[in-house]
Structure formats: structure tokens, C-alpha cells
Design a protein around this ligand. Structure first.
Ligand code: ZN
Length: 276
């Protein structure tokens, strides 16, 4: 297992963690703190202008672990599915333009009014299969991120690493996984499914699970403040040969988003070196 105690080169900051910073502020803040990698969301890349975002990131010498995020494939009708696919192709182009090492995909939930979960699963498979040729041509690996089951209806109906690994088996080259501890820490099959994932792990995200959790989406904890055994999970991930960055991704409307982003960045670095 890698020693992070004096290392800042493996830390990546997800732009959601330092909301409301713009891409310019994120780049500048990371450079100032000696952090060398970022994981931006599409909104701040688009706000900066995609080409300009690429130049800015390259000029600062930052790595981009992943672009967050695309996916959301299931739709009630053909027009909806086509719109989702078009948007996903644009996301692939954005990822290529900023040199992202992967594009994170979340599945999407049930179409409005639908109770057909198996049908939604099929649409996710077919949507990724349709996106894949463009992603391969563009050299952008797709990272399927299974989300915690509480999001199955409205955000993502791929909820376990087992399901995401199955999709990778079915879809072949160009598809891998985003492992986010927030979504997978509870899974009794975690050890086996991370080992099964092997070289498919494209990006690794950390935060913490707070008890109690006050909001299903926006109450993630800073690493070390919750109940996730971060060290054990990182050991499993690194045992697969994963040697990439560790992205800190925190959505926290009540706490971290109310603080000064520069302080949040400093605390992320401190936790990276002590508890991740
Ligand atoms: Zn994530």
C-alpha cells in the first residue's frame, strides 16, 4: 500500500468539494497548495469554455483524473434516449478536450412514471454500448460509477460493483469503473468485487459516511469524520495494481460548502496524508 503521509502528488480535488469555485479558482487554488490533479464537473468546464478550460489546465500542469459526469441513459421514449446519447457524446468531447483520463458515467434511474427496473437496466447497457464507439475513437475511457442503492429510482439504477463489473464484462474494451467509497462501502461483496474489477478501476473517490446522514445527496463527510474504513478499502483498490490518484469528492450543503474553499483544500490535503 502506498505511503501518503508526506505525499501530495496522489491527491486530486473534485470540483464539487470546493463549490462554488470556478474552474479558474480551482486551478489556481490547487497550484497554490501544491496539489497536482483535479476532477472537474462539466458545469465549471462549460462555464469556462471547453477549449479554454483545456488550455488553462495544461498551462498549470495539472492532471485530470476524470470528468464528472455523464450517463443518465434511461428515458421514456426514443427522443429522450437520443438526447441522452447526444449529451453523452458531447461529454466525451469535453473529456478529450481537457485531457481527462476517464469520463464518469452514472446510470440514470427510472423514466418518469415507470416501474420497469429491468427495462431501465437494459437501457443503461444499450446506452453505454451506443456511446462506446465514439469514446474509443476519442481515447476517452468510460468509468461506470455504481451509486448507493438509495439513488436507484432517481439517479442511478446500477448500484453495486457486481452489476458494474457485469456491464464491463458485457461491453468490453473502453469501459471501466469509478469506485467511490460513499457508494460501495456497505457492500458485503466489496472485497471480491474490487478484486474482480482488477485493472478496470479507472478512478477512485473518497469522502466519508456520516452518522446520522441528514440529506441523501448533500451530506457527505470529510475523510476521517465518518464510519468508512478508508484504509482498508484503499488497500483493496491498490492490491489490484491501481496506482492512480485519490479524488476527494464531497457534497456538503450544511457544512463544507459554507466554509472558505481554501481552508477546505488544506483540510483535504491534511486528511489525505493522515486518514485516507
Ligand atoms: Zn464519485
Amino acid at each position: 500500500m502506498r505511503d501518503l503521509s508526506k505525499d501530495r502528488s496522489l491527491l486530486a480535488i473534485n470540483s464539487a468539494t470546493v463549490k462554488p469555485w470556478t474552474l479558474e479558482q480551482l486551478v489556481e487554488g490547487c497550484v497554490r497548495t501544491g496539489i497536482t490533479a483535479i476532477a472537474p464537473w462539466r458545469d465549471i468546464v462549460q462555464a469556462a469554455g471547453v477549449e479554454k478550460a483545456g488550455s488553462l489546465i495544461r498551462a498549470a500542469g495539472l492532471s485530470v483524473t476524470c470528468l464528472c459526469r455523464a450517463g443518465l441513459f434511461p428515458a421514456a421514449d426514443e427522443a429522450g434516449r437520443r438526447a441522452a446519447l447526444d449529451d453523452n457524446r458531447r461529454a466525451v468531447d469535453e473529456a478529450a478536450a481537457i485531457g481527462a483520463r476517464s469520463l464518469v458515467l452514472i446510470a440514470g434511474g427510472l423514466p418518469k412514471g415507470s416501474k420497469d427496473l429491468a427495462g431501465a437496466h437494459r437501457q443503461v447497457h444499450d446506452g453505454i454500448a451506443a456511446l462506446l464507439p465514439h469514446a474509443r475513437e476519442s481515447g476517452v475511457p468510460l468509468a461506470i460509477e455504481p451509486l448507493h442503492p438509495m439513488y436507484a429510482a432517481d439517479r442511478a439504477c446500477v448500484n453495486t460493483l457486481a452489476h458494474a463489473n457485469d456491464l464491463c464484462d458485457q461491453l468490453g474494451d473502453g469501459v471501466g469503473l469509478a469506485v467511490d467509497v460513499y457508494h460501495v462501502w456497505w457492500d458485503p461483496d466489496l472485497t471480491a468485487q474490487i478484486a474482480r474489477a482488477g485493472k478496470r478501476i479507472l478512478t477512485y473517490h473518497v469522502c466519508d459516511w456520516l452518522v446520522p446522514t441528514r440529506d441523501l445527496l448533500l451530506d457527505r463527510g470529510m475523510p476521517g469524520d465518518g464510519v468508512i474504513d478508508l484504509r482498508s478499502i484503499r488497500a483493496m483498490v491498490e492490491a489490484t495494481g491501481y496506482n492512480g490518484h485519490i479524488d476527494v469528492e464531497i457534497f456538503s450543503a450544511q457544512d463544507w460548502w459554507k466554509r472558505e474553499p481554501s481552508d477546505v483544500l488544506r483540510i483535504c490535503l491534511e486528511r489525505h496524508q493522515t486518514v485516507v
